[in-house]
Ligand binder design. Structure first.
Ligand code: SF4
Ligand code: SF4
Length: 398
């Protein structure tokens, strides 16, 4: 772990250095920086799901008609490895609903890649010994409420809250690495304190992300920009209040960017959307996208038709850059002094909100809330956490 942190630190320094240089040169350095980055494929292993989450961005439930079979899945693992991916996250739907998940997971480990399973936790107790034998690198579970009422309502399953907490305890007892993902919507954003209290001092990594208006999730569920800012403050406060041992907390890619007040909320400094770079999205029928958050317009190939290597190398980057340049020339981001570093934030979030004029940006929101570039209370961030909390409460509970 220490080695990893050190490596991250060294890479971050080199990234910071390049950020000050001219645009064309920075592009080259930007490309170079990704050579050092871990590359992870996020694989919708099946669209079949035993949960009915109201915010599901994939509209999961039934499997796709033509999902990859076991043989194709095993070949894909080897191809991802040969393309330089060193981690695979199997998600869904619910990945454990595929009978061959263990066989494919074994192949991932055989290829010495990191293995993450992302699950709703409804039916995995019987799989825990297999997860142990695989030396799974992370089991990631969804926890969307601090109370049974809220979590069960969001997941559409009675008893889901109790089940997921039980699974978390069993996984911890078995010494398997656990992380929790909370998708914040209008329904649960006031329960973040409660969720935190469930996770604290349990060595559980906690990722907070926002519900986007994609798939089954409606625009009505999406938190407002002020609420978004308040959630960012919540993350910042807790990052300051608790050590990473007590509460390993991070904001997902949607939580940025370049705030004048708040610290970095993600794991690494933001260097632009990683779709098709250190991140790859795979649909259960073999479609490839830069990131699963992106809409199907961004499918750039299918492994049944083309070799994965060719798909990755020939199309993703050019398509994303085309989009970036075409859509980013006449909008809010184009006037932002951080554009070269930020590249307009999370592409998936921007498209979900049907605009590249990213409205869910801390820097942009600050400009509106605080009306000028000076933040007279900035010092309070570092010195007076109570003042900071006051601002948070003012926005969240007004
Ligand atoms: S306004 Fe756009 S470019 Fe500037 S920090 Fe926000 S998302 Fe990034
Ligand atoms: S689209 Fe968003 S979530 Fe996907 S890689 Fe880009 S920044 Fe990350």
């Amino acid at each position: 772990m220490k080695r990893f942190l050190l490596k991250t630190w060294i890479i971050n320094i080199s990234i910071c250095n390049y950020l000050e240089i001219p645009f064309s040169m920075s592009n080259i350095k930007y490309q170079l920086s990704h050579i050092f980055k871990h590359k992870c494929a996020v694989w919708e292993f099946t669209l079949k799901c035993n949960s009915k989450c109201i915010h599901c961005g994939s509209s999961a439930g039934k499997p796709r008609l033509n999902e990859l079979n076991t043989e194709e899945a095993l070949t894909l693992v080897k191809d991802l490895n040969s393309c330089g991916y060193d981690g695979i996250a199997l998600m869904g739907g619910e990945p454990f609903l595929r009978d061959d998940w263990y066989e494919v997971a074994q192949e991932i480990k055989k290829n010495q890649m990191k293995l993450t399973l992302v699950s709703n936790g409804l039916d995995i107790i019987s799989q825990i010994q297999k997860l142990k034998s695989l030396q799974t690198d992370c089991v990631s579970l969804s926890l969307d409420g601090g109370t049974p009422k809220t979590h069960d309502y969001i997941r559409g399953i009675k008893g889901a809250f109790d089940k997921v907490l039980h699974v978390i305890n069993v996984l911890r007892k078995e010494k398997l690495p656990v992380s929790v993902i909370t998708t914040v919507s209008k329904i649960n954003f006031k329960e973040l304190n409660l969720i935190r209290d469930l996770l604290i001092n349990k060595k559980i990594a906690w990722q907070i992300q926002i519900a986007l208006p994609i798939g089954r999730s409606s625009r009505d569920l999406v938190i407002t920009r002020e609420q978004f800012y308040a959630v960012a403050m919540f993350i910042a406060i807790n990052l300051k209040k608790y050590s990473s041992k007590e509460l390993p907390l991070i904001g997902a890619h949607c939580f940025g960017y370049f705030s004048n007040l708040l610290p970095e909320l993600g794991l690494d400094p933001w260097i632009g959307c990683q779709a098709g770079r250190s991140v790859l999205g795979i649909q259960s029928n073999g479609n490839i996208k830069g990131c699963l958050t992106l809409p199907d317009d961004f499918i750039i190939g299918n492994i049944r038709v083309n070799n994965l290597h060719n798909i990755i190398n020939s199309k993703i980057n050019s398509k994303n850059f085309q989009f970036f340049h075409k859509n980013n020339s006449e909008n809010y981001c184009s006037k932002c002094i951080m554009l070269k570093r930020c590249r307009g934030g999370c592409l998936g979030t921007a498209i979900a909100f049907n605009s590249f004029d990213n409205p869910y940006c801390l820097r942009a929101i600050e400009k509106e809330i605080f009306k000028n570039n000076y933040l007279p209370f900035r010092w309070k961030m570092n010195s007076k956490i109570l003042e900071y909390k006051y601002l948070f409460n003012k926005i969240l509970f007004k």
